[in-house]
Ligand binder design. Structure first.
Ligand code: TTP
Ligand code: MG
Length: 359
């Protein structure tokens, strides 16, 4: 396989919990807020950018935060809401690539070297994702775009909030050399202090050491430090989502009552599903037909067959059966969808690298 250049995006939401709270409660907008228990006890999980101007930070005790910023408003966290928003963000990512590695509720790596939209430029994808998050979720995210996870993550932090920072391949080396070791993900306060004792302040300083010396000084992590400063870091984006079903659906401009037209639409929707699974060698045992009627009532009909199927003919024959059984849809249909589940895959999905131009 060629060692083609990869296109990695790191997305990180801005002041995540605090932004969700400001979004959902207009009275909090433009104000210094901290999400977390009360000011008397507990710590700040995060705070709005307005509060950061006063030196309020994550993990700071509430009392200290209030001392720094007397007008600070404390808001109780709503974890269910953050989890839900997180799902919505991840679903946007999955529209572009299956290679999504979430790091927490509000951040993820995406490998878009090859992507579902066939967009050549990772920068354009990052911009589209930011736009979608803004328009659909009314939130802002920062994106970093580069050739590996390390650089993409550092990049997403360069231009926060609402940032888009690109480190193209030809600028990667100079960028790394100028980078303070404190900014390297995985190098915390203790390690950076130790590095400073050895006269290591920037990654250029780090680059002067042989791998074996770095391992002697910093243990196993020395390998990682060596690899990142030499541009040899190539850890893949590891998706941990287990895909449970594959589906495609279509909403029609006009509601449909004619069965022949429904069949025609289902043919093309089934083809989409088959396209997707055949490229990935996925098979399934359960076929689901989704019907949304003109009045927005949703119905699903499913059938599980005895062995894995993956061909258009096999899947479509089940879809057709489901359309007629128990009876043709009794009302006009607004949306039809076809799903395949009970799949033969688990989470490991190998990454295909392919040579593509542009960045
Ligand atoms: P971060 O991405 O580190 O912070 P953030 O999104 O609030 O701000 P920004 O990225 O713009 O700098 O963390 C994401 C969420 O995780 C954050 O909103 C709250 C939660 N969190 C904690 O609960 N405790 C912590 O110590 C940190 C750092 C974050
Ligand atoms: Mg964040």
């Amino acid at each position: 396989m060629s060692s083609a250049i990869r296109k990695i995006i790191h997305i990180d939401m801005d002041a995540f919990y605090a932004s969700v709270e400001q979004r959902d409660n207009p009275e909090l907008r433009g104000k210094a807020i901290a999400v977390g228990g009360s000011e008397m006890r507990g710590v700040v999980t995060t705070c709005s950018y307005e509060a950061r101007k006063f030196g309020v930070r994550s993990a700071m005790p509430g009392l200290t935060a209030k001392k720094n910023c007397p007008n600070l408003i404390f808001v109780k966290p709503r974890f269910d809401v953050y989890r839900e928003v997180s799902k919505q963000i991840m679903n946007i990512f999955f529209e572009f690539t299956e290679l999504v590695e979430p790091l927490s509720l509000d951040e993820a790596y995406l490998d878009v070297t090859t992507n579902k939209k066939g967009i050549n430029s990772a920068t354009i994808i990052a911009r589209e994702i930011k736009n979608r998050i803004r328009s659909e979720l009314k939130l802002t995210a920062s994106a970093g775009v580069s050739v590996n996870k390390f650089l993409a993550k550092v990049a997403s932090d360069m231009d926060k909030p609402d940032g888009l920072y690109v480190i193209p391949p030809e600028k990667a080396e100079a960028f790394i050399e100028g980078l303070d070791v404190k900014k390297v993900p995985g190098i915390g306060k203790v390690t950076s202090a130790k590095m400073n004792e050895f006269g290591i302040k920037s990654c250029a300083d780090l680059k002067k050491f042989e791998k074996i010396d770095l391992v002697k000084k910093f243990g196993k992590s020395g390998n990682y430090y060596y690899n990142i400063v030499h541009g040899e870091y190539d850890s893949p984006v590891r998706p941990h989502r287990i895909r449970k079903s594959i589906s495609a659906e279509r909403t029609f401009d006009k509601d449909i009552s004619n069965p022949e037209l429904m069949i025609a639409k289902l043919e093309s929707i089934t083809k989409n599903v088959v396209d997707y699974i055949s490229k990935r060698k996925i098979k399934g045992k359960t076929v689901t037909l989704k019907i949304k009627y003109f009045d927005f009532v949703n119905r699903t009909r499913s059938k599980t067959v005895g062995s894995y199927i993956d061909s258009y003919e096999e899947i479509f024959s089940v879809v057709k059966e489901l359309l007629y059984n128990p009876a043709l849809p009794e009302k006009a249909v607004r949306l039809l969808g076809v799903g395949l589940s009970n799949l033969n895959i688990n989470e490991t999905q190998t990454q295909e690298t392919q040579f593509t131009l542009g960045f």
